[in-house]
Design a protein around this ligand. Sequence first.
Ligand code: CTP
Ligand code: CA
Length: 225
Amino acid sequence: LGGAVGKGPLAGKHVLITSGPTHEAIDPVRYIANRSSGKQGHAIAAAAAAAGARVTLVSGPVGVADPAGVAVVKVQSAREMVAAVEKALPADIAIFAAAVADWRVDNEGGQKIKKKGGKPPSLTFVENPDILATIAQRKAKRPKLVIGFAAETEKVIEHAQAKLARKGCDFIVANDVSPTGGAMGGDTNRVHLVSAKGVETWPSQSKSDVARQLVARAGEMLAKK
Ligand code: CTP
Ligand code: CA
């Protein structure tokens, strides 16, 4: 692990982060997924490591490099992600930045689906486990601070407040992922920090600045708990 461990505001703390999309297999060669670069989640992991924390990053398939000084657990599907997250507990802080696929294909084929007779296959879906809600609502080993993200294309604050209540986390970092928002795949992000206490809107800044600010804030919140 990196040299920062043992020093810094999060020394001695374990920070668990999810990042990237999940891939849900349709058959051995096809999948469904969310759009997610992993940039924001990976930047948070790097910032937490720089703040001296021991960091576990549970990541779906991404093109970005593993952050230095971080234990990276690589997964494909939502079910693998929730299992890896549970296995990484206990943690002091958990930050769920992954864009988890809400549904997986119910009738995943063992063989490649072939085109036949011009009739496209029909897929049926089942809902994936909600990792954030599962961890936030745990009785045993609930991290002291549980932070979720909310990717929204409209009514950003309203939807984030509903998610905060529904999932039982301490904070939601809400971001506008509408095509004009620039967050999706880009290097900047404008986020709103939504808690029971109210809403704080941060200026548009680089994803690494969002990450540093979020980690600093999480450290302060943890100290107050
Ligand atoms: N999340 C999760 N597991 C899921 C779905 C979402 O852990 N199966 C987490 C995300 O990592 C994020 C938060 O929940 O921290 C909100 O994700 P989002 O997709 O915005 O919310 P959903 O509850 O899935 O609602 P919807 O997609 O319908 O807006
Ligand atoms: Ca979702």
